[in-house]
Design a protein around this ligand. Structure first.
Ligand SMILES: Nc1ncnc2c1ncn2[C@@H]1O[C@H](COP(=O)(O)OP(=O)(O)OP(=O)(O)O)[C@@H](O)[C@H]1O
Ligand SMILES: [Mg+2]
Length: 271
């Protein structure tokens, strides 16, 4: 894990509060810095506030507190600038769109350019090539011309990731990007997220329920429980039997197999 990175771009979140009408979900949360080139996994039980937190950071839900990106107050940036710097991939993409997968990805690329006032300066052929490349990278070329409404949940999830990657943001917030995917596509999506994170120096924050994905791929893990950040650090250090018991009420062990950590669950503590 990369711990301190003086030259890396950092996303710093301090005293962030996000909630709904009469209900506070995340209150005064301060997170460790998230650095470019790092993949951070956000884990925690259902209802812990993970999606609410991501939407608050993305500015899609009213939030108070301090969000700083690269030394600048992110919340005070114009909306277009924020949209250029940060993309949020929701838990599920709306199914109602009339666009095909190809058109939806191309539209995301073009929206990114408009948001910084570039119009459509970039040659259309380069954008079309970029879409083709992503379709190939995520192995979804066969559904390129199918309408989103006719895709499976997993296929829509892959299109959502392609829409995010084509924008080349600085920060990528991903809400359960692998939840609807088969094993092959889970590996493919994690590979795509990791290579974009490393090669383009993205700051990537990804919600996952699969503890083994967090153990295997994340540089650091944040654990959210009842709206509180209860632990953070290197996955192998903080995902412990005690944490599994306290946060998930599950009895489990962390085994080491071929030098890798692997979760072994015995069962619920109070069935
Ligand atoms: N639109 C909403 N209005 C009011 N309360 C909401 C709304 N969306 C979520 N909540 C509540 O906020 C809390 C946190 O929800 P959130 O969706 O952030 O959890 P989560 O950690 O993402 O859960 P999951 O793992 O199931 O996706 C829950 O108690 C939920 O009922
Ligand atoms: Mg959620």
């Amino acid at each position: 894990m990369q711990t301190s990175q003086p030259d890396a771009l950092a996303l710093r979140i301090k005293q962030l509060s996000v909630g709904y009408r009469h209900r506070s979900i995340v209150s005064q949360m301060t997170m460790p810095p998230l650095y470019s080139g790092q993949l951070t996994a956000l884990i925690g039980p259902n209802g812990a506030g993970k999606s609410t937190l991501l939407r608050g950071i993305a500015g899609l839900h009213p939030a108070s507190g301090h969000i700083e990106l690269g030394g600048h107050d992110f919340s005070r940036q114009p909306q277009a600038e924020r949209a250029r710097q940060l993309v949020y991939v929701p838990q599920s993409l709306p199914a109602g769109s009339k666009l095909s997968a190809f058109e939806a990805i191309l539209a995301a690329a073009m929206a990114g350019q408009k948001s910084v006032g570039l119009g459509l300066n970039r040659p259309a052929s380069a954008q079309l090539d970029a879409v083709e490349q992503l379709l190939g990278l995520l192995n979804i070329d066969t559904i390129a011309h199918q309408r989103l409404a006719t895709l499976s949940g997993g296929q829509r999830q892959l299109v959502g990731l392609a829409q995010a990657l084509i924008r080349r943001p600085q920060v990528m917030l991903l809400d359960e990007p692998t939840s609807a995917l088969d094993l092959y596509h889970q590996c493919q999506v994690i590979d795509a997220i990791l290579s974009a994170t490393r090669e383009h120096g993205l700051i990537s924050l990804m919600v996952v329920h699969d503890i083994n994905l967090a153990l295997r791929y994340a540089d650091q893990v944040l654990v959210l429980h009842e709206g509180q950040l209860v632990a953070h650090g290197a996955p192998g250090d903080i995902i412990t039997p005690d944490l599994l018991a306290q946060v998930y009420q599950v009895k489990g062990h962390i085994a080491q197999v071929n030098g890798r950590y692997l979760l072994d669950i015995e069962g619920r503590l109070s069935p």
